[in-house]
Ligand binder design. Structure first.
Ligand code: ATP
Ligand code: MG
Length: 574
């Protein structure tokens, strides 16, 4: 895990007992000074152009978490100023994901598009005050004229149009008299500013596209910078928390605010923190969309996707994601968090909450030759050794059982403590068995084992043999009682730590070909018969699994592997 060494995520607060991150320190200072009359209103402002991912989850937990901590509220605002890429499907998925994470926004969701009229009126005012002008140059030329960080920009020949002419042209832009790209409205700030974002940035562009909410009412659309801060201001946001790349936009955020601000109103303050980067993970919405569109994954909620809906389908709990967000804290400098930290947070949660059950993924049949053919027995077994209140259940035992193919070796090395010819193992919660004979088909593949059991050795029966120690304990299911299920073994989607960090190679070259293996002939204990969608289990000795919420049906259960019990990547790759 790459730790941020320069800026501690949390410092010790005044009372010494609770520690504050730097945003909490700012808010506490504001509260102490009664700034904003003690109000704390944050917002989460997604653009509805994709599904939310784990990076957004970090931002959601931060914004809603701050409000919860300071008795404030959080708005959900769709930043829908770009009609080209936005869709209602995304709006719906975003609301569902925020709620699933455990948060509820204040009132109705808001939309930047609801403020189009107000933004337009403000733009008109800014023109009237002489601080904005209509430029007839094409976008590429404007962009070339911006200069470089070390070289001043060039002023547009249209920069000194009269207020009257600018007003007339802007109104005609709004009325649809010009074609796309023919004109833009620019703020008149200065082409020599050392901050490139201040060099007469574009405020409005012409786009003759239908908007998912405002239809064809508008053919000019505000740029992100002009819409965002003003939307914060309209809503009375006190602390506008965003990621670091907007630090350089902050002077512009403040410039626009100054130009629309009325004394006495709440003035939002922009605060930047480092975005979440995770190893082995891509978080660019453009690339995630590409994976979906090229069918490299099966949709936005494919369990290998870092989207909230993908993580959910994979079996992540919302509590583990919230815990993760809290554990990593907020940093002021970019860093990369090891994805193992997220998986650790999940294992910790599931270890406490997931019921243990027995499942055999690659079954090998055993016939216990000295066990009566017509007998069934029910053995008692704990549901979760970490939590007594989860109780016990009964599992059937009979003459024919399945164990995992891996748990048997014909020519076993000395340290192999599972089953091998002539050796004994304990079947968890049941008897000690001994392998007497290996049955093979004509190809020489093992098809079945013949074993004997020690009738006095049943776990918990109190006999001397029940205490007898043998080296290995195996999970198993009774063959005639087991349910056939499909199991999907998911693994990390990329086999490189930084799949999009290679200059010469495309991130898609690092797709892990083993990221999904489908097993059709798995056997699970009968207590899982009515397992509900999304319920989570620990398959003993194998890992955590959940019932797939889309493809699993009663009588045709599908389980997703959420995570193995231990992190095997750490060892393999370091
Ligand atoms: P785009 O490139 O489309 O703007 P985006 O990831 O910034 O992508 P938004 O919908 O604008 O997407 O993001 C909504 C909010 O989530 C923003 O406040 C943004 O700063 C925050 N956010 C996005 N990605 C991360 C991340 N990796 N870590 C923390 N916060 C993030
Ligand atoms: Mg963004």
């Amino acid at each position: 895990m790459t730790e941020n060494k320069e800026v501690p995520a949390r410092t010790t607060g005044e009372e010494g007992k609770k520690s504050l991150n730097f945003i909490e320190s700012i808010i506490e200072e504001d509260l102490k000074n009664n700034k904003n009359n003690g109000v704390v209103l944050t917002r989460f402002p997604p653009e509805p152009n994709g599904y939310l991912h784990i990076g957004h989850a970090k931002s959601i937990c931060l914004n809603f978490g701050l409000a919860q901590r300071y008795n404030g509220k959080t708005n959900l605002r769709f930043d829908d100023t770009n009609p080209e890429k936005e869709e209602v499907e995304y709006v719906d998925s975003i609301m569902e994901d925020v709620r699933w994470l455990g948060f509820q926004w204040e009132g109705e969701p808001r939309y930047a598009s609801d403020y189009f009229q107000q933004l337009y009126d403000w733009a008109v005012n800014i023109i009237k005050n002489g601080y904005a002008y209509v430029d007839d140059q094409p976008a590429e030329l404007i962009s070339q004229q911006r200069g470089t960080p070390t070289q001043a920009g060039i002023e547009s020949p249209y920069r000194n149009r009269s207020v009257e002419e600018n007003l007339d042209l802007f109104i005609r832009m709004k009325n649809g008299e010009f074609k796309e790209g023919e004109k833009v409205l620019r703020a008149k700030i200065g082409m020599t500013s050392p901050n490139m974002h201040m060099r007469d940035p574009i405020m409005y562009r012409i786009l003759k596209r239908e908007h998912h909410r405002t239809g064809n009412n508008w053919c000019i659309y505000p740029m992100y910078d002009f819409a965002h801060g003003q939307s914060d201001y309209i809503e009375g946001i006190t602390h506008s928390v965003c990621t670091l790349e907007f630090e350089v936009h902050r002077p512009l955020y403040e410039w626009y605010l100054e130009n629309v601000y009325t004394e006495g109103d709440i003035k939002p303050r922009q605060i930047e923190f480092a975005r979440l980067n995770l190893s082995y993970t891509i978080m660019s919405k453009r690339k995630l969309l590409e994976l979906v569109q090229k069918n490299i994954v099966n949709g936005w909620d494919d369990p290998r996707m870092p989207t909230i809906s993908g993580l959910r389908r994979r079996g992540f709990t919302s509590a583990s994601i919230r815990k993760f967000a809290d554990t990593i804290g907020v940093a002021k400098r970019d860093n990369v968090i090891d994805v193992a930290v997220l998986e650790h947070s999940l294992r910790e949660d599931l270890n406490q909450t997931a019921a243990r059950v027995m499942a055999v993924l690659n079954p090998l049949k055993i016939v216990i030759t000295n066990y009566p053919e017509d007998k069934d027995e029910w053995v008692k077994i704990e549901n979760n050794p970490e939590d007594e209140t989860m109780g016990t259940r009964e599992m059937p035992f009979s003459r024919e059982i399945y164990i995992e193919q891996d748990d048997f070796m014909e020519d076993a090395p000395k340290k192999f403590f599972r089953l091998s010819p002539g050796n004994e193992v304990r079947l968890k919660a049941a008897y000690i068995i001994k392998c007497e004979e290996v049955i093979k088909n004509t190809d020489g593949n093992i098809t079945e084992l013949r074993c004997t059991y020690d009738p006095d050795s049943r776990s918990g029966s109190g006999t001397e043999a029940s205490q007898r120690k043998v080296k290995g304990t195996l999970h198993w299911v009774s063959a005639k009682h087991a349910i056939d299920v499909e199991v999907r073994l998911y693994d990390r989607l990329f086999n490189d730590e930084a799949p999009d960090g290679h200059k010469e190679k495309d991130y898609k070259e690092f797709i892990n070909p083993e990221s999904l293996k489908i097993l059709k002939n798995c056997k699970v204990e009968p207590s899982l018969k009515d397992a509900q969608a999304e319920s989570k289990y620990q398959f003993q000795r194998l890992g955590y699994f959940c019932v797939d919420k889309k493809d699993s049906k009663p009588g045709n259960l599908v389980f997703n592997r959420t995570v193995p019990l231990k992190d095997s990547w750490g060892k393999m790759n370091k």
